[in-house]
Design a protein around this ligand. Structure first.
Ligand code: WT7
Length: 631
């Protein structure tokens, strides 16, 4: 079998340096060369047009393609019988699935036809609210095939959060399941969809994949079963011709204001970048088995379970369950079972599994692993070493990959075994990525041993194009803080060796178990409780989750902590439930009425020795009372 990936896989440090230099000197030829290896229906006539002021970024202008032709059709001749998806169910005793590229192609074409027959057309938005079953990937790819814009919503979000997203993008269809198996639990999915859709006028059809065989309500005229929808439907479909800048998907993510925003990615640039970054960071070679443990509801699942790996013709493992079921050795068992070569997970999972002890690790060989990876939050040195030593057996490079929903793909990371590994450092930018560290005035801090805010000064192909329906917000959030730069919201340090270390968010976003939460979003949810007067939410260090959610609440009565948690659960979902709730007599405010979160963060982190200047507060006396209440 010809290795078509060889051409763009960097295989030595000097090749990295060479690629990096040329990507900075002449970004257009650099990306144009990579893009040329894909199947285009029509070649682009301009590689890049950009203006960070507007912002307006376009790649491969005038190019026409369909991303699914590049991740399915293109592979059929040479690797049609190779495994595209290896599916591991929640229950280890249930039989898994091995789906070849040819079968996946058939399933996607068939479901594409089914969606068309149910009234979905190019440009329509489709919500995917599904468990981790291969049909979730089929659903995404069928949308891409017909030019519908998918918006996957993590199936742990509540009905209210789901309804907000459906309404924001005015989706026409929801693809979902009857239920979801997660560990020992069966979770109701269809009931949540019913409750959400009742609040949305735009949904015409709901297609339900039968997974748990739960007894669910099917609304006549609106709902239909997946297996009925594909009954007698053709498995052939001519992929829709898409412009390189047509929308591929919207993915909602949290920001520093209350409402989640729909990050928009487009077809051409996203395709080129996810492919290139996947290949190089993980050093994937044909025949390898690759496993990313994320959920398709997050960007990691989009770029590095589905799109990146399939574009590279890889075998991607998809896991339905949770790391601790039936026991905390499940990840390692699955690694051995499928002889996984590249394993990609989150620091929170590492820390949680580490806490279960080594016995469950040592029962497994883990000798197929060649590369291990981390994503979602800064990985602390302790967890880094444990992962490197006990899972990677000191022989696997550990890639600490920094990126964001907005960046579409991995931006700063070692290339496994090619560029040096440094504990807790994302390390070096990928070719094509030009990160800068700036001070508060926006001056670029060059040289080593500098710390500041992390920006990127030149576009890359998978940069977000807009926030859906609100371009002003995109401009304001990412392109206004510093002139002519994309601002990430993270702080970073370039150390004495020139390696980048991500220091965490500098805005009002907290990172709980690798999931992004806006403090304002959680506050809005808490404030829905009828007895709550005001609340302030901050993050604090948490051993397993990285950051926990600490809520300071002014309420009419005590003893409503559990009710508040339930309110948040209902408004957003279990991932946003505060770990700690403290009912307080007041919140520290400036004279202009702004909550001084800095002080609350210190109290939540038990760093009360050094609270800084509190004399400018409107109500300095409240600080003492909050400290007393916290201990
Ligand atoms: C935020 C983005 C990227 C996919 C998963 C999260 C933090 C992500 C790292 C890392 C330190 C990291 C940042 C970033 N983050 N990866 N390797 N080291 N921090 O995507 O939900 O869009 O969150 O996650 O703070 O801004 P996301």
């Amino acid at each position: 079998m010809k290795d078509f990936t060889r051409q763009h896989r960097i295989s030595s440090l000097s090749e990295y340096t060479k690629a990096y230099d040329s990507s900075v000197k002449d970004p257009e030829s650099f990306w144009s060369d990579i893009a040329s290896s894909f199947k285009w229906k029509k070649k682009w006539n301009q590689t890049l047009k950009w203006d960070f002021e507007a912002p307006d970024v376009k790649w491969f202008l005038g190019g026409k393609l369909n991303i699914t032709e590049n991740l399915l059709d293109r592979h059929l001749e040479e690797r049609g019988e190779e495994v595209a998806i290896l599916w591991e169910p929640n229950d280890p005793d249930e039989k898994g699935l091995s789906i070849s590229y040819r079968e996946l192609h058939r399933k996607v074409c068939q479901f594409a036809n089914a969606m068309i027959s149910k009234g979905v057309a190019k440009g329509d938005r489709v919500i995917i609210y599904m468990p981790m079953v291969p049909e979730a990937a089929v659903a995404m790819l069928a949308c891409a095939r017909i030019g519908a814009v998918h918006s996957v919503v993590f199936a742990g979000f509540s009905a209210s959060a789901l309804a907000d997203r459906i309404n924001d993008c005015e989706a026409k269809m929801v693809l979902t399941s009857d239920g979801n198996f997660r560990g020992a639990k069966t979770i109701d999915v269809k009931g949540v969809v019913d409750e959400a859709v009742a609040k949305c006028g735009c949904i015409e059809k709901v297609i339900v994949y039968q997974r748990t065989k739960s007894d669910v309500h099917m609304e006549s005229g609106r709902d239909l079963w997946w297996h009925d929808a594909i009954q007698d439907v053709s498995e052939e479909h001519q992929a829709e011709e898409m412009d390189a800048e047509d929308l591929l998907f919207i993915l909602y993510t949290s920001g520093s204001t209350g409402k989640p925003k729909g990050v928009v990615h487009t077809c051409g640039g996203y395709m080129v970048y996810t492919y290139y970054s996947f290949l190089n960071v993980f050093q994937y070679k044909p025949g390898d088995i690759y496993w990313c443990t994320a959920d398709v509801g997050w960007i990691t699942g989009h770029s590095y379970i589905v799109y990146g790996p399939l574009l590279a013709g890889a075998t991607t493992v998809m896991f339905e369950g949770v790391p601790t079921y039936p026991d905390a050795g499940r990840f390692w068992e699955v690694c051995d079972k499928y002889q996984v070569n590249q394993f990609y997970t989150a620091p929170t999972a590492i820390r949680a599994l580490e806490a279960h002890g080594l016995e469950l690790v040592e029962k497994h060989k883990l000798d197929s692993l060649r590369v291990i990876g981390s994503v979602g939050e800064p990985i602390n040195e302790e967890a880094w070493h444990w992962y490197h030593e006990h899972i990677g057996k000191r022989k696997c490079p550990l890639v600490d990959t920094w990126w964001q929903t907005e960046t579409g793909g991995i931006m700063i990371s070692a290339l496994a075994g090619i560029t040096p590994n440094k504990p807790a450092h994302a390390s070096l930018p990928l070719p094509g990525i030009q990160p800068v560290i700036v001070d508060s005035e926006g001056n670029e801090l060059t040289g080593n041993n500098v710390e500041g805010n992390l920006c990127v000064k030149f576009p890359w192909p998978s940069i977000l194009r807009t926030t859906y329906g609100d371009h002003e917000r995109c401009k304001h959030t990412y392109f206004s803080a510093y002139k002519n730069m994309y601002f990430t919201g993270d702080g970073a340090k370039r150390d004495h060796d020139g390696y980048l270390r991500i220091l965490g968010r500098v805005d009002d976003v907290i990172n709980v178990s690798g999931h992004r939460m806006g403090t304002a979003e959680v506050e809005n949810a808490i404030d829905e409780h009828p007895k709550v007067i005001e609340s302030a939410v901050v993050g604090y260090p948490h051993d397993i989750k990285g950051q926990g959610i600490y809520a300071f609440v002014i309420a009419e009565t005590d003893g409503i902590e559990d009710e508040i948690k339930e309110t948040v659960n209902k408004m957003i979902g279990p991932i946003a439930k505060p770990d700690k709730i403290q009912i307080v007599p007041g919140l520290p405010k400036t004279r202009s009425g702004k909550i001084m979160r800095r002080i609350l963060r210190k109290i939540a982190s038990k760093e009360t020795d050094n609270l800084g200047d509190t004399s400018t507060l409107l109500n300095p006396e409240v600080v003492e009372e909050i400290i007393k209440g916290a201990s």
